[in-house]
Design a binder for this molecule. Structure first.
Ligand SMILES: CC(C)(COP(=O)(O)OP(=O)(O)OC[C@H]1O[C@@H](n2cnc3c(N)ncnc32)[C@H](O)[C@@H]1OP(=O)(O)O)[C@@H](O)C(=O)NCCC(=O)NCCS
Length: 126
């Protein structure tokens, strides 16, 4: 298993990984270009995990698109990926780390230390 910080990636592999978990891949190259940090996990040469961070580099860093290939889930790899991102963000002295969890991932994030903020509501312009 190999973890790599990536700026470019084989987009076919990334699209396949997103599709494996039901996401519709869209403009992935642009998403990566605009992200502060992208991490990729490889088994041999197969992309089996991915996650990225967007940030103002001072106050806020937001984690997006944490994904582990279904065949490799529940082996601690998602946790490893998120911890590596937290470590990197903290090394750069960014204060707040946030994310928007899909319902199916809430317990995962809670297990690794994230809390649902009771007195704050995520709001979106619709
Ligand atoms: C969510 C996801 C990244 C978790 O990755 P993973 O490698 O399977 O998770 P891990 O094995 O590192 O699990 C870490 C902890 O969370 C728990 N956990 C993981 N998935 C869970 C689930 N679906 N329900 C309950 N607990 C879960 C594990 O049991 C483990 O607990 P422990 O540390 O107490 O043993 C992965 O399931 C995935 O890619 N899902 C589809 C995409 C997705 O929804 N991403 C989140 C977007 S917000």
């Amino acid at each position: 298993m190999r973890l790599k910080q990536v700026k470019q990636i084989d987009l076919t592999q990334l699209e396949a990984l997103y599709s494996q978990v039901g996401w519709s891949p869209r403009k992935l190259q642009q998403l990566m270009r605009q992200s502060w940090l992208c991490l990729a996990l490889y088994q041999n040469h197969q992309l089996i995990g991915f996650a990225r961070v967007v940030s103002d580099h001072t106050w806020n860093a937001t984690i997006w698109d944490v994904v582990i290939h279904p065949a490799y889930q529940r082996k601690g790899l998602g946790k490893y990926l998120v911890y590596q991102m937290i470590r990197w963000i903290k090394q750069h002295n960014v204060i707040h780390i946030s994310l928007f969890a899909e319902s199916r991932a809430v317990t995962f994030y809670q297990r690794i230390g994230f809390e649902v903020v009771a007195n704050a509501k995520a709001m979106f312009w619709c």
